[in-house]
Design a protein around this ligand. Structure first.
Ligand code: SF4
Length: 397
């Protein structure tokens, strides 16, 4: 039997805990930022020590780590880059995601780490991709503006790896070419400060009538139903947006897409009962209405969503499993308060969620709680399939 193409699933890692959650829930690679030079100033971003631990954790589990250096830098900032590059090479970072030609030159002068071209550079065609290849780029991250057909052509005609977004929030502007946030909030979207102004509610005065709406807020990308097309086009890497999103989001998306990729690899189709389960899971995380953006057809007015119906958290993470005492109890670190009598849900690394009836909740010294508090270590009933780092969540009433 011919072996089927298997793409890489690339998840966002906003901090060290999210890196671990993403990899344990099935991501093959993560992308993250250091304290400088990336475009997500509000993400926790990794210190040198955390970067070293993150790379070690990933490599022990055959996962890759890509560091985002996609700001456009001034000369003074470029002077500070070589020391960081030498550190990244010393800890074995697998690739750097870059937009600026000056940054590419600096990388080539100071280390031998692979270079991936960021979506910020807006590479949309074969000719541009060939130029980037000549400059030493090995992979192109294509923007949401590019269709699967175009991506496949770029891959075939250049021999470059291609990476495409499969899930997450989207800019309503061309990737990397937006100043709405600079103009409305004084926050520079091209230097990590985007306030997501396009997603705000605005009002329009029209013939003495005032209309309020989210005129520019794009729906979120959801590619699960077109996953077979991504795989058949041999897209090298499927990227999930969201370095600033929660570890519930990171864990859920990593698990759903990794399970679906494995199912397709084995069966050659996604006509599965599991599809309903996967889509239900994707609706348990914070999201706007979903769209397939420009992947198959050009995006139209229906890719903007005007009603804010689906962005409430249906579920909240109440804790993370830190220890499993088989057939007896779990120790969890509480993230959100709960009480004995509540019903929680454990999210295993693979397979369906497991209900936990909280018949008891005690301190690790076995003193009972009436209500737990964030940050506390709490014993709750054991549930089969539980493993360290599993997410425990509860439905919001
Ligand atoms: S304001 Fe909206 S379109 Fe512009 S960079 Fe931010 S998220 Fe993207």
């Amino acid at each position: 039997m011919t072996k089927r193409w298997v793409p890489e699933l690339l998840a966002p890692a906003g901090n060290l805990e999210k890196l671990k959650v993403a990899i344990l829930y099935g991501a093959n690679a993560v992308y993250l930022g250091g304290q400088k030079f990336g475009l997500r100033s509000a993400a926790d971003n990794f210190t040198y020590e955390e970067l070293e631990e993150g790379v070690r954790f990933a490599h022990e589990r055959n996962a890759q780590v890509y560091v985002v250096l996609n700001s456009f830098l001034h000369d003074k900032e470029l002077d500070e880059l070589p020391e960081f590059l030498e550190f990244l090479e010393s800890i074995g970072v697998d690739a750097l995601i870059v937009s600026d030609l000056g940054v590419i030159t600096t990388i080539q002068n100071h280390c031998n780490i692979e270079i991936h071209l960021s979506t910020q550079a807006s590479c949309l065609n074969v000719y541009a991709a060939k130029m980037w290849k000549e400059m030493g780029v090995t992979r192109i991250v294509l923007g949401r503006e590019v269709s699967l057909k175009e991506a496949s052509k770029i891959k075939k005609e250049t021999g470059l790896e291609v990476e495409m977004f499969i899930h997450g929030s989207m800019c309503m502007a061309y990737s990397g070419n937006c100043v709405i946030s600079n103009y409305t909030q004084g926050r520079d979207s091209n230097r990590g400060g985007c306030a997501h102004s396009c997603r705000f509610e605005y009002s329009l005065d029209f013939e003495e009538e005032q209309k309020k709406a989210y005129f520019m807020s794009s729906k979120d990308l959801e590619g699960i139903r077109v996953l077979p097309e991504f795989i058949d086009c041999e897209i090298d890497s499927l990227k999930v947006e969201g370095r600033m999103k929660s570890h519930h989001y990171v864990g859920t998306i990593s698990k759903v897409y990794s399970d679906a990729i494995k199912y397709y690899e084995k069966e050659g189709h996604l006509l599965s009962e599991d599809m309903k389960e996967w889509e239900t899971e994707l609706r348990k995380i914070t999201h706007r209405d979903y769209t397939q953006a420009s992947l198959i057809e050009p995006a139209g007015a229906d890719s903007i969503y005007t009603e804010r119906l689906h962005d409430e958290n249906e579920y909240v993470v109440v804790g993370v499993v830190l220890d499993v005492h088989e057939d007896d109890h779990l120790v969890i670190e509480v993230r959100s308060a709960f009480r004995p009598g509540d019903t929680l849900e454990l999210v295993p690394f693979s397979g369906p969620s497991q209900e936990i009836e909280v018949s008891f909740a005690t301190t690790i010294m076995d003193e009972p709680y009436e209500k737990t508090k964030p940050g506390y270590l709490v014993k709750i009933p054991y549930v089969k399939e539980a493993q360290k780092w599993n997410i425990v969540r509860a439905r919001l009433s």
